[in-house]
Write a protein of this length. Structure first.
Length: 252
């Protein structure tokens, strides 16, 4: 029995020349975690590679590739904006012209109102003067005025009346004289005035012909820096050589 065991033992005995290592197996959850990590890395690498590939060919927002409808809409808006600007400029120009016309019309109206008020005042004054003058028969110089303006220009006003219920017109001439303090006669040059149809020659006598009254009014200029201190009106009857009526005023 012992002999049989010895013979069989070499057949089933483990030889000491071969090294046998026994390793411990990994848990399943750890293997699953490793596999999931590897799978995540592969997916991330694939996504990054795809992004780098397609980023070179994908158009950016600033690209010139714009839908045709957007370009057409932008062009239409530009045309509409230009038309609105032209229309606005036209309205502003028309408004400016209307404002200018309104200002001119207002100034003209004010001037007419002022002139109308002045004419009414003068008419009232003339009616009073004529009413007072008709009490005495014959022609006379009812009123003389001289108003200094700028640059040596003077405005004169002379009113002649004939009272006493005259039957005939008074005919003659009138001569206007301006002088300085030393009684020196100053040359007078007629200045055009909007109230007068023409500028008379003041160096010569002016014709007179009226039945009830006649008014003389105008502008004249004296030379240099001369200052008129006396203004004289001389009235001559027709055919007379010496003045029939004289009236002078002093200018301060």
């Amino acid at each position: 029995m012992k002999l049989s065991r010895r013979r069989l033992s070499p057949l089933f005995a483990v030889s000491a020349r071969h090294d046998i290592a026994i390793r411990r197996a990994w848990p399943r959850w750890l293997l699953g975690l490793v596999l999931a990590l590897v799978l995540f890395i592969v997916i991330a690498a694939t996504w990054g590679l795809a992004r780098s590939v397609f980023s070179g060919t994908t158009a950016s927002p600033d690209s010139s590739v714009i839908p045709l409808s957007v370009l057409q809409r932008e062009e239409a808006l530009g045309v509409e904006l230009a038309e609105l600007r032209r229309f606005n400029a036209s309205l502003e120009s028309e408004l400016s012209m209307r404002e200018g016309s309104q200002t001119t019309l207002t100034q003209h109206t004010e001037a007419l109102e002022q002139e109308n008020a002045q004419l009414k005042e003068e008419l009232t004054y003339l009616q009073k003067l004529v009413a007072d003058a008709t009490r005495e028969a014959g022609a006379k110089i009812q009123d003389v005025r001289l108003e200094p303006l700028a640059n040596g220009v003077y405005r004169y006003r002379v009113l002649l009346v004939q009272g006493g219920n005259p039957k005939n017109d008074f005919e003659g001439t009138v001569r206007l004289l301006a002088g300085t303090g030393a009684s020196q006669v100053v040359p007078m040059e007629a200045v055009p005035d909007r109230n007068s149809a023409e500028s008379p020659d003041l160096a010569a006598p002016l014709p007179l012909k009226f039945k009830y009254y006649q008014r003389l009014e105008g502008l004249f200029r004296v030379p240099g820096d001369m200052k008129v201190q006396q203004f004289t009106v001389q009235v001559f009857k027709k055919g007379g050589t010496s003045p029939a009526i004289i009236r002078s005023i002093n200018i301060k």
